[in-house]
Design a binder for this molecule. Structure first.
Ligand code: GLC
Ligand code: CA
Length: 548
């Protein structure tokens, strides 16, 4: 029998600190707010908290642009409070994982400020290209596209610097040994404080192989020169060997543009790079080409991707929501007619797959997309990308608004809904981003009171998973993918659990070979399942102890 590591048995909860809980009534979530809710998180049953960045930052990308890796953004609190969070969490058996954003810094980071001076030793921490070294000085050094729209090059004082994201996020130059050493120091600084690992932001693009023009047309132009390069593999091995391996820590990668092959190459246990990585392919099934071209969700497409992820990737990171994604019930479920049912169905799916589940704040109480209803309600830096596509392709305002409502990252960033009045701050203050008015009904307080709530279901499923060696260690075997029905089993030592899901708003008849037995969990409180005679109700899902 394989021996699972602690982080493979864990359930992780992602906190987006700005929107979790505000303790000092300035409308911005903070560390003290998180500390005040540790008991809630313990009650839910999660073992690890991953915090989106809490480092000093001018917030052009809300913390993903770091100006000092060793200090806490004063909006969120102090280093003392961070230490308090780590130790109070530890007392409850909860570990803390931080976000490691090393592909780029903020343009306000001291290194970047120094690097603006040609003669500074920091010049080479970034990718600077002198205009005078270019055959055509008035043209940017190459044709690469930035993720957030436009060219990756920004001009400053007779030179250009490279930024894969916004111009306030200059890319670090990992060909410079000093940069790697700096990163090691930062990692060690935080591990010594007692954190248990890192979620590594866009980690597969840190090493640029060359700065030649890009040829690809569909994905980002230029990406073939930096997507999961040999250099990246080498750096990851080095970080692991020289620093991470000395601690009881783990790393989870957030690769960009990643397909299953990339994930496999980064997480293959033999290579000693990352412990696991997010694959977002199963979420991208409602896009045509890129996320700004939303199309109708077809469950079958998603099920097929999940089957591949489960069978091909050694250890999956199971994710259905995060701070870059819309809410799952709004996206793939039925928030109007089958709100509870579809919310529970996705909980059942996520918590019965093989891998480490990542629950995003608010997912456990069934939060929905926010009712932003005009283009100016959206503020995120990534809007630039959409507007650029919009200009080229002559999208109408109506199209843009619809794409934003369906795909905007701010859908996942509205404040956590604690009470019917919101309860995000202690007093009535305007939060930094709109509180979803449906907090009147959808909130923690109501969820906790109701044994049939989405929260109660997550709690039950987390406990079930923790106590089930089959769900933790068992292999995954697909059984059925049809238009709306998904069935698979988890197998360990000859024992089987079968999961059957009806991902639709229709009653659906299910007939499976060699499946039957006791109902272990159900989104409808079903007690009996008899194969061949069963009609699964809309968004019904269940787990059977197969005794066939
Ligand atoms: C990751 C983060 C996203 C951020 C980007 C740049 O994709 O999840 O929020 O904008 O990296 O750091
Ligand atoms: Ca605050």
């Amino acid at each position: 029998m394989e021996q699972l590591k602690w982080f493979q048995k864990a359930v992780v909860y992602q906190i987006y600190p700005r929107s979790f809980k505000d303790s000092n009534n300035d409308g911005i979530g903070d560390l003290k707010g998180i500390i005040s809710r540790l008991d809630y998180l313990k009650f839910l049953g999660v073992d690890v908290l991953w915090l989106s960045p809490v480092y000093a930052s001018p917030n052009f990308d809300l913390g993903y642009d770091i100006s000092d890796y060793r200090s806490i953004n004063p909006e969120y609190g102090t280093m003392k409070e961070m230490e308090e969070l780590i130790s109070k969490a530890k007392k409850r058996g909860i570990r803390i994982v931080m976000d490691l954003v090393i592909n780029h810094t903020s343009h306000e980071h001291e290194w970047f400020k120094q690097s603006m001076d040609r003669n500074s030793p920091y010049r080479d921490y970034y990718y600077w290209v002198e205009k005078s070294d270019l055959a055509k000085p008035d043209k940017v050094p190459n044709n690469w596209d930035s993720v957030f729209g436009g060219s990756v090059w920004e001009e400053h004082d007779g030179a250009y610097y490279l930024h894969l994201f916004s111009k306030q996020q200059p890319d670090l130059n990992f060909h410079n040994r000093k940069v790697i050493e700096e990163v090691k120091d930062i990692i060690e600084f935080w591990l010594k404080k007692g954190i248990s690992g890192f979620r590594c932001d866009v980690i597969n693009v840190i090493s640029k192989e060359s700065l030649e023009n890009g040829k690809n047309k569909i994905a980002l132009k230029g990406s073939e020169h930096y997507d999961t390069t040999e250099g990246c593999h080498r750096i990851l091995k080095e970080l692991r060997r020289d620093v991470l391996d000395k601690y009881d820590a783990f790393t989870i990668g957030e690769p960009m543009l990643a397909n299953i092959e990339t994930i496999k190459s980064l997480t293959d246990a033999k290579n000693h790079e990352l412990d696991m990585a997010f694959s977002f392919e199963h979420l991208e099934v409602d896009n045509f080409l890129a996320k700004w071209f939303p199309i109708k969700f077809k469950p079958k497409k998603m099920m097929k991707v999940i089957n591949r992820q489960q069978q091909e990737i050694e250890w999956n990171a199971l994710c259905f929501e995060n701070h870059d994604q819309p809410r799952i019930i709004s996206r793939f479920g039925d928030p109007e007619k089958y709100y509870l049912e579809s919310g529970k169905l996705f909980a059942l799916l996520q918590l019965t797959l093989r891998g480490t589940p990542y629950i995003f704040q608010g997912q456990e109480i069934g939060m929905l997309n926010a009712p932003f209803n005009k283009i100016s309600d959206f503020k995120d830096v990534e809007l630039a990308t959409l507007f650029q596509a919009a200009k080229k392709l002559h999208f109408s305002d109506k199209y843009i608004l619809n794409a934003l409502q369906k795909r905007g990252r701010e859908n996942g960033r509205t404040p956590m809904q604690w009470t019917s009045e919101g309860g995000f701050s202690e007093r009535e203050v305007e939060p930094w981003i709109m509180m979803n008015p449906n907090t009147e009904k959808i909130n923690v307080e109501n969820n906790l009171k109701d044994p049939d709530s989405i929260f109660s279901f997550y709690q039950k499923m987390i406990a079930l998973r923790k106590n089930s060696p089959i769900l933790l260690e068992g292999t995954f075997e697909p059984i059925l993918v049809s238009k709306n029905v998904y069935a698979y089993k988890r197998v360990l030592d000859g024992k089987e659990l079968v999961v059957i899901l009806n991902i639709s708003n229709q009653d659906t008849k299910v007939k499976l070979d060699r499946v039957g037995g006791k109902v272990l969990a159900s989104t409808y409180n079903r007690l009996v399942y008899e194969n061949g005679k069963n009609v699964l109700r809309p968004y019904e899902g269940l787990i059977l102890e197969n005794d066939f």
